[in-house]
Design a protein around this ligand. Sequence first.
Ligand code: SF4
Length: 351
Amino acid sequence: MRHFPALTVDELALELGSRTRAIEAIKWLYAQRPLPTALPDDMPGVTHRVWKPFLARQKLITPKVTERQESADGTTKYALDFEGTNVETVRIPAKGRSTICVSSQAGCTRKCTFCATKELGFIRQLKAEEMIAQYLLARSEAPAAQPASNVVFMGMGEPMDNLDEVLHAVDVLTQSPAPQLRHVSVTVSTSGVLPGLKRFLAESKASLALSLNATTDEVRAQVMPQTKSWPIASLLEALREDAARRANKRDYFIEYVLFGGLNDTDADADRLVKLLEGIPSRVNLIPYNPYPGTGLETPSPERVMAFHARVVKQGLLTLIRWPRGREIAAACGQLVLSRDGSGFSPLSAPA
Ligand code: SF4
């Protein structure tokens, strides 16, 4: 059974017996600051006669905030507890908006070498309620001048391994009257799980981020073992076909973590340009965030700039994403690391 806040307007209208009441209840939820921990005894716009029995069978899923860390650049990392399951969510402020990075699983089954989350193993799938609740919590704390208008499913977990719940969460996040995010402002990321990627492209209008991180299967398999099942060419072909089918109406982000001496050569830059031919993509170059024990290195700023200049010169739309919130371990691939980077936070460790 679905619970607040993952009920669609249609589902809520069935529960409350009217679409108008459903809209009033959703508007109420998104107007609350701070985020309430339970549904109220009375809901404005819904008669007590209807609301009381609804309350008896429904609840509002909200997390307990067990820790909140803010970095100098305003990035805030939340350690959240959903009845004993710990996940992390990050709010990233920018000019005029905030982006909320949500987790789709507690832990992960994938084994990307560079990622701290994999150390947790797999704990459990998150429900759509829990994904939306992460957004709601972070949204309720976003400054008025930087509203939470963007969501990225790039926290803990591989979204394609929990796709039913992710797709439902996207539907709710983009529904009217609230929060009514634009599909283009909701981005679902994948490490390259081809069956899920194909289904996502067929069923959702949201943006897609592919974590590519190498230009040959051999190197990619070193950092992302699932490459052996789904090689680079098969992933990019899925994007190419989708771009043709949708007449380039979707944003494709290619995430490319630069590892010093592994995937940051001029030859890699040239291969990357060739690989992305025919895909209307935007490339994010992400200098690797250090994580002890991986044997992977951060490239020098000069190498990052040279790689960037080389792909831009060949026509790739490319940005360098210098890490945000590095000192609180809220940057890409660092969720579950402790503040000083020396181990795992007891707040984040598996129960
Ligand atoms: S990078 Fe993503 S898919 Fe890979 S182990 Fe980490 S959370 Fe899982």
